[in-house]
Ligand binder design. Sequence first.
Ligand SMILES: [Zn+2]
Length: 421
Amino acid sequence: MMYTRAPQPITFPETLRPDARLLIRGGRVVDPAHGVDAVKDLAIADGRVQEVADAILPERGDRIIDAAGLLVIPGLIDLHCHFHDLFDVSTMPATEVVAHGTTVALTPGAGNTLMAPALLGAEVDRGLPLHVGCYIGAAAVLSTRASPEQLIAYFRGELPDSTRLQVISRNPITNATGSLAVGLKDHMGHWILSDEDLETCFAITQQTGMLFMSHCQDPEHAERLAEASRGRRVLLTHATAAGLARDHQGVTVDFTTAHLRRSRGLRDGILIDPRAQVTARDAIAGGRCRLLTSDGPCNATMKGFGDARENIPCLLELAEEGVVPLPDAVAMMTINPVRFAAEATGQRWWTQELGHLGAGARASAVLVEPHAQRAVMTLVEGRIAAFEGRCIRSAHGAGGWVSRTGLRPRVGVGDLPLYKT
Ligand SMILES: [Zn+2]
């Protein structure tokens, strides 16, 4: 006999426990929601921010990260990141964007189907390293047998199951998960909505607290949407310079990070005209645009105008080039998007839990090496989700589902039994 007793499991010192308190020390903390821009320590415990202070004394068992020379910013919130959209068959974009600092991503369309929350929700249940949510394509919503009133009830989660099976879908999972969508998406490249359908979209989104976003690189389309909004809220995403020509109440615009970069981006999306870039940067400097989005994951078939790899370099360049101070640039992908979502949905949880580093916030943060313009480490729910450009696989499952009313750790469709006895 080689062994006389079973091998004993290795016991690690307390400091290596993955659930021990995490201290990020000596980084330049930029937390625009709280007016913080200074070298500070950040303590994270139980997935939440415990405190940010000038100096936090380590306690026995703390894990410590030396962040000297790094920026420490809230995790990036991307209101427009094409996950699992048309043609994408890989879950890799989720792991890639987290390596570039994205901690919350809302995907427009996700195939433009009412099944989007069920399909993407299953990925959440299987374990994603970041929080995700989705918009549903307006054409899919408007093509059902449901009346506008029934659609409103459906997205409120109030339409009876028997009715849903008659007017929404024959798939009970689709019916049960549709109300988890964060918003509706319009896109003039996929379809042109009639005036009546556009009006239905405004009615649904206004009365259910959903976001309404339309792609608007086409100036005429942007004008049409602005006119149709009549003061109601709409997000005109990746705005054209022309789309900013007039102020419209209720209209919010965002720009794509790739378009604002010195290099005008990685050349994988659509190259912005240099004159339009000047106008866009002027709009940011003048406070007329306070949101930035990637409009694209990293290596994916479904590219929009941009790429999540452009986000952090863009924020740094806007500050370096004096367009806005660094905290204002960081705010455009942290606290500003959650403020927008909180107003559109009438829900306060967004700003309480996301987009900042105040005590009690969900502990999502990015450590940024400013000279290399890249994320060194991304934390999601206090877990190290990515390090040195790679996703940490043990962080799969750190992400949850973003609904209008809150962040759910699970959707409940990723592990449904195939057969029931
Ligand atoms: Zn897009």
